[in-house]
Design a protein around this ligand. Structure first.
Ligand SMILES: [Zn+2]
Length: 128
């Protein structure tokens, strides 16, 4: 398992190296998909995953709340998997079952989109 600090280091290394998205980051850094822990991390205590409750992210460990905790998670996603994400991929990555919640979160980030309907892809490039 890779801890969050490790992933964050990886993200920073990628930004510093200006690694293009097309490069196979997973292979380059010899990550296995088992190494990647999905979900939104608590910005206060680093616990994973935060749960979506009453329109905000809640930490089950420290009780901390955050309305923006999904943004660094999506930035990590962009660095590791590429700059496009669909609703279904975001549900899996953020560990949220409800597509409406994901749609709300992504729409509120004012991300550029491509495609339509279920195939809509949100472009995360601006986060990186
Ligand atoms: Zn916490």
């Amino acid at each position: 398992m890779i801890e969050y600090s490790r992933l964050e280091e990886l993200g920073q290394a990628l930004v510093a190296d200006h690694v293009p998205y097309s490069e196979d980051v997973i292979e380059k850094y010899q990550l296995k998909s088992d190494d990647l822990r999905f979900g939104v991390f608590c910005p206060d205590c680093g616990a994973l995953p935060m749960v979506r409750q009453w329109g905000t992210w809640m930490c089950t460990q420290c009780g901390g709340k955050s309305s923006h905790a999904h943004i660094p998670a999506l930035r990590d996603y962009a660095l590791i998997f590429g700059e496009e994400i669909t609703n279904a991929q975001a549900r899996e990555f953020l560990k949220v079952d409800n597509p409406q919640v994901i749609k709300y979160l992504l729409k509120n980030m004012n991300l550029p989109t491509a495609g339509r309907g279920k195939g809509t892809r949100y472009i995360l490039g601006g986060l990186v």
